[in-house]
Design a protein. Sequence first.
Lengths: 175, 211
Amino acid sequence: MAELHILGQLAGGGGFELPSLLCKWVLEAGPNFRLLEGITAGQTHCDTPNEGEPAVWSHPMDIHYAVRGIDGWPRMRLEVYGVDIYGRTELAGYGQCTIPTVVGSHDLTVCTWRPCGSLREQMSAFFLGGVPRLKHTEIVSSAADRFRLQTQPSGEVYLKVSILCKDFARYGVHC
Amino acid sequence: MAEGGSAMEPSHFVVMVTGQLESGRYEGLDSLYCRYAFAFGDDWKVVSGVEEGISQLSTASGSGGEQGLLAIWNFPVDVTFRATSAHGWPQMVVSVYGSDSFGRSDVIFGYGATHLPIAPGRHELYIRTFRPLASSLWLRFRSWMSGMRPEFIDSLFPSKSEGRDVTRVQSFGVVKLQLDVTIQGMEALGYQMPPVQRTPLQLHDPFLACN
């Protein structure tokens, strides 16, 4: 069976408004991808960078899949949270990215977004904090049900991903 | 020697990493030294070279040009790994220590980690470092007073992904690495080799720049 290695790190995030940032991540793959080793979900540490610098997470990933078919290629879902000056944890942004299918090292930038909410929710978030979040975060990585969701842009998440494929050529897969 | 191993039954590949721990940029700090170690999985073994090292203490004086003040270590790295699987690909863990503005020595300034490049060739890597913060404001004040900053008990903690959700850190500073990676026998195991990383074209003559 062919094997796929995903190595790399969740390097950091920048462009968010909140001073301290952390990120929750999940790697989702279809049924053709069977996890052999590694951790496919996690949460980074909370970093408070100096003013004007991006947050550094440097969260390592090392995931090993056995691959039966090429569809259902892994996809990463990201949720960025920030801690404001009062110590409250707030949503900073949602994002998703597909893991590259090309062998080699890649620097990825994921642009994130967050829901706006109604005018009333925006007012209350402005005065009291607590921006609206999604009830079902699955829609972050699915193409369904996004219609009529009003969002606003947020910061960027930086990923360093290296892809290694084993025995793909034996099954005639080009990647 | 290598041919003999692969002619029978290829079971492992060899990764050789040479290069240097070049410099660190920590604005406002004067004397710095850097420790490095490798963290790798169970399928990996060091066959030659040193697994860890401590550089000299370098002052950061005006040599960096527009990049700010750099502490130059120029510390050699030369290690060869043998592996049966790519899982657990080695990571280099660096920790930077030095003296703070009160003259206290061996204060931690930053931890960092990165995977070694998977592509053969010459690589320039930058590791942004971070240091853990004390959990409460009072402990933070006390550590500031005493100069005893919190450190990770496990020095390889930056290379692990578990247990991070309870850590609070502050990021500061960059370490620059320059590494050459050579890989032998990976293709014979069925791995598809990533393209070789070439040295970026140098557009200026370094001897002209530093008249």
